[in-house]
Design a protein around this ligand. Structure first.
Ligand SMILES: [Zn+2]
Length: 231
């Protein structure tokens, strides 16, 4: 590799990290601002809306990770849980709201990591890919709707779903996670600031086989996230 291409590669890496840092910092600021605005409005007993776009990645052989119809189980569960437990209506974002991405995804985005590995992804090639395809705003919030993008990936190391909470506007669900009814809804819960609970009947129980119970406090926290809007 020549010196020039080495410099170009290093510069690309730095630029990617700068963009990721801006994304995460802006998201935290928006999360706090909207938490304060929402707190003032929390007593309004009006149904809120949550916008979701499901983007299915395409593997190296051009096949999608799953077909659009394979999402029905998880999306029906999301719709029902949002409505029954959070008093929130599911709205699909984008046209169509569930779609297969046209281009082959980079390997780094097809097989991701979670927890500390998710942060590594966010600052690397996978994070850039997820940011480029994100529903709604990318770095600067130009709209006052904050959709959640659910990326359907091939696999997630040791898990079937992942979310970085308020730090990103997307969640990942693996091919195996799509087959479990509650995984997508659980990750949306994290994206709307919910943490894990020990009670297996609770939506935020960490393992599969969970129920979809939520406490009054969880409902309050969820509805106060920037993703749940009155408009
Ligand atoms: Zn979890």
């Amino acid at each position: 590799m020549g010196l020039w291409s080495k410099i170009k590669k290093a510069a690309k890496k730095v630029w990617r990290a700068v963009k990721a840092t801006v994304r995460v910092v802006v998201r935290v600021i928006v999360a706090v601002v909207f938490r304060i605005i929402n707190l003032a409005l929390v007593w309004l007993p009006i149904k809120k809306k949550l916008r979701v776009q499901v983007l299915i990645l395409r593997k190296a052989n051009e096949d999608p990770v799953v077909e659009v119809a394979d999402m029905d189980l998880a999306l029906d569960y999301v719709k029902k849980t949002l409505n029954d437990k959070f008093d929130v209506t599911l709205k699909f974002y984008g046209k169509p709201g569930v779609q297969i991405l046209p281009n082959i995804a980079p390997a780094a985005a097809l097989s991701v990591e979670c927890d500390s590995g998710a942060a590594k992804n966010e600052w690397g090639e996978a994070g850039e890919y997820f940011a480029d395809n994100l529903a709604g705003w990318n770095a600067i919030p130009l709209s006052f709707r904050f959709p959640i993008t659910a990326y359907i990936v091939k696999d997630i190391a040791g898990k079937i779903g992942c979310s970085m909470g308020l730090f990103t506007d997307y969640v990942t669900v693996s091919e195996a996670g799509v087959k479990s009814d509650s995984t997508l809804m659980h990750e949306i819960g994290h994206c709307c600031n919910l943490l894990h609970r020990d009670n297996q009947k609770n939506l935020m129980f960490p393992n599969d086989g969970r129920g979809n119970d939520v406490t009054g406090w969880q409902k309050f926290v969820f509805r106060n996230s920037r993703h749940c809007t009155f408009w």
